[in-house]
Design a protein around this ligand. Structure first.
Ligand code: KIV
Length: 272
């Protein structure tokens, strides 16, 4: 295991990510949902912290991201922003908060930015949401796009399988990626698509492309719980597990329980 030394300690901004792509520096992005994790993730040198609506899965135990509300995202993002010094904090707009109309989407985006302290927002989708994205950008809010497997559309897709294997869907993804760049998005997440398609989009776009289950890209993102191995029952091929917290935490808590039950804890030096 190696420790990464951060040489540039300035706060990461949306324009800085563009410079990183231009100078060929890979972008490390990771999710966080709370203050304590954000502090650790930020001090370990991550460039972008995503307050993902995957909070609905890993924090709340839901099967999908669909039940996540705007108020819940505001709460998680506020906790993360408090724990972050250097990384750019990007917050997901949750399901249903940017689809009713452009006005409604802009209003929700403004509330999310004002009340959470996030630096930027991420929205799932391409041409269908372009008008709303334009409105949010016009309000001065940096927007990160998200194409490929967009989990908020899981019921339309019928599952979490790899997207854009077929030519028509791949061509639409390429066109959507170009459109999101053209209207002003500062970066793009590509989730669970073939690596040849990611390589093509990375080459075509000047904005950074961050992959998850999408092969090599300008940067990578993972859900922090997956990287830390908090749940052995979730082990998709694209996750690299850097720790085994399920075992570490279960053993630590088990030892604590045993010590309490045997009256070993607390001992004299742990008492007043
Ligand atoms: O919500 C999330 O964690 C995400 C990542 C998987 C990209 O959108």
């Amino acid at each position: 295991m190696s420790t990464y030394i951060v040489e540039d300690t300035r706060k990461v901004t949306a324009p800085r990510l563009l410079e990183m792509k231009q100078s060929g520096q890979p972008i490390a992005m990771l999710t966080s949902y709370d203050y304590t994790t954000a502090r650790l993730v930020d001090s370990a040198g991550v460039d972008v912290i995503l307050v993902g609506d995957s909070a609905g899965n890993v924090m709340a135990g839901n099967a999908t991201t669909i039940p996540v509300t705007l108020d819940q995202m505001i709460y998680h993002a506020r906790c993360v922003a408090r724990g972050t010094r250097r990384a750019l904090v990007v917050c997901d707009m949750p399901f249903g908060t940017y689809h009713a109309s452009r006005e409604n989407g802009v209003r929700n985006a403004v509330r999310l930015m004002q009340q959470s302290g996030a630096d930027a927002l991420k929205l799932e989708g391409g041409a269908e949401i372009a008008d709303t994205v334009r409105g949010i950008l016009a309000a001065g809010i940096p927007v990160m796009g998200h194409l490929g497997l967009t989990p908020q559309s899981v019921h339309r897709f019928g599952g979490y399988g790899v997207r854009a294997r077929e030519d028509a869907e791949a061509q639409k993804l390429i066109a959507d990626a170009q459109l999101l760049q053209d209207i002003g998005c500062f970066a793009l997440v590509l989730e669970k698509i073939p690596s040849w398609l990611t390589a093509k989009v990375c080459e075509q776009l000047t904005i950074p492309v961050i992959g998850i289950g999408a092969g090599k890209a300008d940067g990578q993102v993972l859900v922090v719980n997956d990287l830390l191995g908090t749940d052995h029952s979730f082990a998709p091929k694209f996750v690299r597990r850097y720790a085994d917290l399920q075992t570490v935490v279960t053993e630590a808590v088990g030892s604590y329980v045993a010590d309490v039950k045997s009256r070993d804890f607390p001992n004299q030096s742990e008492s007043y």
